[in-house]
Design a protein around this ligand. Structure first.
Ligand code: VG1
Ligand code: CO
Length: 581
């Protein structure tokens, strides 16, 4: 193939957000839009990560992925990349990409040093919906801010990019290697099924035999909903073939370019079918719900964990996994190096860390901040309130890992009773037992999606301004509800990375109450249009007689305060959030 140099000019708005660049497909389809961003990324990397390197290019298979893969292959070839690894039909979950970078060796011993992940995660897909791209580094984790800042700077000055225009499109539906000869030598594209690598990794972490036994018990029933995301490409292999679950346990497990028209976000609002099956919706499906249910997002890095008629908050989930990991999961049997959560995630994990005497870290929202801690051997288990849970087996959150972690805990708790007629220890039992031991963190998140960006900014500014006088804040708070604790401090969260010393500012506005309650306000960094305001509300209850309340009811005084303090309706014109999780 030949290399052509195409001249281009900068395009506005290519700043990567919390997890890469996410825009409407029609934006990505503009001339040079994808090309500029890809070249800006190549130019942000050190030369040896490009010339002669091995790169992974794949994603959740959403609409436009097939075109994008071919463009990136041609640009990689022209930039002197030695080989590109592609998942069959462009499919590779975000955690699988991370695993492939870390674990996979090519036939000649080659290792990948980075990846372009093509996904907009939990955002809907299709011609009128979202596409996205992000770059992951040699450790398998998302590019740190130092790199994403450089990428953004490069998008503002880009003048040209090289591309191998005459390189024929590679058939990505067939496994195998295609070789080309370019000006700088050989260039290979290898298409493979990443499920093999991923299954192998999961088997090295969990005791599949004990999970198999759990699944074979007639008392234990299970349901997994991939919401037509890429998790479906792994679910059959793992849950049915390896662990013996019934085919009927899999819902929406055929990956689709448009996620079947749905919103591939595993929460109580969007995972409707699963929620109904689990007996958690008004339109109950009738039959007896399964004992355990779980769902994934588009790129399979998120998870929702459900018991029969029971919802596990993601903040509780990571705390419960951390509390049980050493006993229930072989990978952790020698101990946890530390645990970490994102700032808005509830403090349930903090309580576990304290009681087990574990190192603990609070980082800004977004998985990229956990990677440094893990690389430095300081963190084993981490999670976010946004249905993300994971460990240092890779450098991304991992939806299927979380399900296997819960299955392992269930298997462990039931190891003596599974064959007999002792009553099954359920998901709900495990959570209630956890609350009884550690106290309960009532928690909810209100999302105001697609609000006017200017108004959202004003609301945030208003909240920052208020923070200059805590007595004034308390006067307002007491005027709204006299039955809540005082606000003891308020700030904008700032993080200093303990490994590299880098500082991330403006990571969310916090109001901290004397009794441990918190209100947090953030603007989302993953939307593709307008602004999304996220409001996180949390209240800690240690008193065992008060841990059984209904969450929205327990939190209603704090919700009231948050809405009035922020003048939510005044600024946004919204009387209710779009989504409550
Ligand atoms: C959201 C979540 C954050 C998560 C991020 C990426 O970001 O809040 O916790 O890490 O999505 O998840 P934001 O900036 O919109 O609040 V995913 O599954 O999109 O890779
Ligand atoms: Co995701």
């Amino acid at each position: 193939f030949k290399v052509t140099l195409v001249s281009t000019s900068p395009i506005d708005g290519q700043k990567p957000g919390t997890s890469g660049l996410r825009k409407k497909v029609k934006v990505f389809k503009q001339p040079n839009y994808l090309e500029n961003f890809v070249q800006a990324t190549f130019n942000a990397l050190t030369p040896e990560k490009v010339k002669g390197a091995t790169l992974v290019v794949s994603g959740d298979g959403r609409y436009y992925s097939k075109d994008a893969v071919q463009i990136i292959i041609k640009m990689a070839a022209a930039n002197g990349v030695r080989r590109v690894w592609v998942g069959k039909n462009t499919l590779m979950s975000t955690p699988a990409v991370s695993a492939v970078i870390r674990e996979r060796s090519g036939a000649d011993g080659s290792k990948a040093t980075g990846a372009f992940i093509l996904t907009a995660s939990h955002n809907p897909g299709g011609p009128t919906e979202d596409f996205g791209i992000k770059y992951n580094m040699e450790n398998g984790g998302p590019a740190p801010e130092s790199i994403t800042d450089k990428i953004y700077e490069n998008t503002k000055t880009i003048k040209e990019y090289p591309i191998a225009e005459d390189l024929p499109n590679v058939d990505i539906s067939a496994v195998g290697v295609t070789s080309f000869e370019g000006p700088e030598g050989k260039f290979d594209v290898e298409v493979f099924d990443s499920a093999d690598d991923y299954v192998k990794l999961m088997k090295s972490i969990f005791d599949f035999e004990s999970i198999r036994k759990l699944l074979s018990s007639p008392q234990f029933t299970f349901c997994y909903d991939a919401l037509h995301g890429v998790a479906g490409a792994y679910a059959h292999r793992i849950f049915v073939e390896e662990l013996g679950a019934q085919e009927s346990a899999l819902l929406n497990c055929v990956p689709k370019e448009d996620f079947g028209g749905g919103h591939p976000d595993p929460n109580l609002t969007y995972a409707k079918e699963l929620v109904a099956r689990m007996g958690l919706s008004k339109s109950d499906t009738g039959g007896e719900p399964p004992e355990f249910g779980a769902a994934a997002d588009g790129d399979a890095d998120r998870n929702m964990i459900l018991g029969k008629r029971f919802f596990v908050t993601p903040s509780d989930s990571v705390a419960i996994i951390a509390a049980n990991a050493i006993e229930a999961i072989p990978y952790f049997s020698s101990g946890l190096k530390g645990v970490a959560r994102s700032m808005p995630t509830s403090a349930a994990l903090d309580v576990v860390a304290k009681s087990l005497n574990l190192k603990f870290f609070e980082v800004p929202t977004g998985w990229k901040f956990f990677g440094n801690l893990m690389d430095a051997g300081m963190c084993s288990v981490c999670g976010e309130e946004s249905f993300g849970t994971g460990s240092d087996h890779i450098r991304e959150k991992d939806g299927i890992w979380a399900v296997l972690a819960w299955m392992s805990i269930l298997a462990h708790k039931n190891k003596d009773s599974i064959d007999g007629d002792t009553k099954l220890v359920t998901v709900e039992d495990i959570v209630r037992q956890h609350w009884a031991t550690y106290g309960r963190h009532y928690y909810t998140r209100y999302d105001y999606e697609n609000v006017d960006a200017g108004k959202a900014k004003e609301l945030m500014e208003h909240l920052v301004e208020l923070q200059s006088s805590i007595p004034e804040v308390n006067k307002i708070v007491k005027g709204i509800r006299s039955d809540v604790a005082n606000v003891s401090s308020a700030d904008e969260f700032e993080y200093k990375d303990p490994v590299d010393g880098s500082i991330s500012k403006h990571q969310g506005i916090r109001y901290l109450f004397e009794d441990g309650s918190r209100l947090v306000f953030r603007l989302s960094g993953t939307g593709s249009e307008g602004a999304t305001i996220r409001l996180y509300i949390e209240q800690y209850e240690k008193d065992a007689s008060k841990i059984e309340r209904e969450s929205q009811e327990a939190l209603s005084p704090l919700v009231d305060i948050a809405l009035k303090l922020s003048k939510m309706e005044e600024f946004t014109g919204r009387s209710a959030p779009t989504v409550i999780t």
